[in-house]
Design a protein around this ligand. Structure first.
Ligand SMILES: C[S@@+](CC[C@H](N)C(=O)[O-])C[C@H]1O[C@@H](n2cnc3c(N)ncnc32)[C@H](O)[C@@H]1O
Length: 473
């Protein structure tokens, strides 16, 4: 029986980084997960949760540093919900990610022989994101450091990110290395302007207030810059927002377009019920290799486009196309993978649940002169086999690319893949655990070939992966 109890302080040697990002330690045989610790450290930590199989603890003191830790570069490190691996050297982050893919495949897919390649690094480790989403709040969260200064902070207004693990706490972001220095300056300017506007931030406590979200999107290759402001309604709402847009355009001439959306939703999601373009075109353009993409305020697009290029090239390589194949692109979003593949295939059929994304996909095809892609909107588990029946079997895919959300493929979709029996499947995934689960359901009919992890989110435990599967003869 372990003596570990909630609230007690214990000294822990950090063994490794576990899948999901936390440090793994052991105390009297019990696994203890610790946030913010590095392998090789000896830490004192307070137990914050005790479960049957494991405990969770928070570092109170680093007793011995690790030879393999580094100085975090962001002043908000440890308090912000993003970038929890800044204290791990980048090359170590890459090898932990590879190891986590390997462990998932071994333990969850039972694949002992899968060869996992080295993780491909992100071309940029800072300023890599093309989109940031900030939240307004009528209660500013202060860090323990800020409280310790004794200064009289105005706590009635915040615009920033969520404090780690707290969806109800927003802190003012003063520095951030994710999007661009300019986006941080815009954030500061918007905060100051809105605070002085006389209109209050929206609050989920009463569902009153005006300012809700600020989204900044930029084209890494084009320099286009889109500001998307989401508010609630107010009689003076449009006039006030027009004033903000005018002000920002003067201070930041690089802003190419400004979109204002109004949301009456109770849920805290940065999506408008209706939108209007205040100035500019309402979209930005981005380039991946020689393809152009139009990204509007609500479109989905890979958030690290420079790293996504490498990922899409790996998808193309793993597809092994010779120009004569029918390819199905499952969970195709705005069709980026379809467009990459189209010049190397006879035809591509993309499937996606969000109808707006399908519209964007067709726009992207026209923009690039691609005419061999078609798209179908709907829930894949309902439409995948229907597509085959409607084509009378003639449209049976030779190759299927699948890129599901974190939850992985629905079992009915995996079953449909078994029926379709394409000669090759290229599985793209942002969650090695659900990837391994889905591969296990295909392992009697497909052989796992190349497994290639990619780092699309430096300084976080997130892993993207491309896997080639060949049908067993
Ligand atoms: C990881 S994204 C892939 C996007 C795309 N392949 C790309 O690289 O840009 C997953 C996509 O699956 C879509 N999706 C989620 N659930 C779905 C479902 N049940 N049926 C069809 N599409 C779904 C989402 O809307 C999202 O666009």
């Amino acid at each position: 029986m372990s003596k570990i109890q909630k609230g007690m302080e214990i000294d822990l040697e950090v063994e490794k980084l576990a899948f999901g990002g936390k440090a793994l330690c052991r105390h009297e045989g019990v696994v203890v997960f610790v946030e913010g610790a590095a392998p090789g450290q000896l830490v004192r930590a307070r137990v914050v949760r005790k479960k049957k199989q494991y405990a969770e603890a928070q570092v109170t003191e680093v007793i011995r540093r690790s030879p393999r830790e580094c100085e975090p570069f962001c002043p908000h490190f440890g308090l912000c919900g993003g970038c929890q691996w800044q204290h791990i050297p980048y090359e170590d982050q890459l090898s932990w990610k590879r190891r986590h893919v390997l462990e998932c495949l071994h333990h969850l897919a039972g694949s002992k022989e899968a060869m996992v390649e080295s993780t491909v690094a992100s071309p940029r480790q800072q300023w890599y994101r093309n989109k940031m989403e900030y939240t307004f709040s009528e209660r500013r969260w202060l860090s323990p450091g800020e409280i310790a200064t004794g200064l009289d902070y105005d706590r009635s207004f915040a615009l920033g990110l969520h404090a780690r693990g707290r969806f109800d706490r927003i802190f003012d972001v003063e520095a951030c290395f994710l999007e661009s220095p300019e986006s941080v300056s815009i954030l500061g300017e918007v905060r100051q302007w809105c605070r002085n506007s006389g209109l209050p931030p929206y609050t989920t406590r009463t569902h009153q207030g005006f300012w809700r979200f600020l989204v900044i999107r930029e084209g890494k290759r084009t320099g286009d810059l889109l500001i998307h402001l989401i508010t609630a309604t107010h009689p003076r709402g449009e006039t006030v927002v027009d004033g903000l847009a005018l002000h920002l355009r003067e201070v930041f001439p690089s802003i190419t377009t400004f979109v204002h959306s109004v949301s009456q939703k109770k849920a805290q999601v940065a999506v408008g019920d209706s939108s209007r373009i205040v100035f500019g075109t309402g979209f930005i353009e981005e380039r991946l290799k020689d393809l152009r993409f139009r990204i509007s305020a609500h479109s989905f697009f890979q958030t690290n486009p420079l790293a996504a290029e490498g990922l899409y090239e790996a998808v193309l390589e793993c597809s092994g196309l010779n120009g004569h194949e029918t390819v199905w692109d499952l969970y195709c979003g705005t069709g980026s993978i379809s467009l990459f593949i189209a010049p190397h295939a006879r035809e591509v059929l993309g499937f996606e649940i969000v109808e707006d994304a399908i519209e964007d996909a067709y726009v992207n095809c026209r923009l690039n002169g691609v005419d061999n892609c078609r798209f179908r909107a709907g829930d894949l588990k309902e439409i995948i086999l229907k597509a085959l029946r409607e084509s009378g079997g003639a449209g049976r895919p030779d190759v299927v690319v699948t890129d599901p959300p974190r939850s992985g493929m629905h079992p009915a979709v995996v079953q449909a893949l078994r029926e379709l029996a394409p000669r090759r499947i290229v599985a793209v995934s942002c969650n090695p655990a659900t990837l391994a689960r889905d591969l296990a359901m295909l392992s009697d009919v497909y052989t796992i070939g190349r497994v290639q992890p990619f780092d699309l989110f430096p300084h976080t435990p997130h892993i993207e992966c491309v896997v080639r599967l060949d049908r067993k003869e």
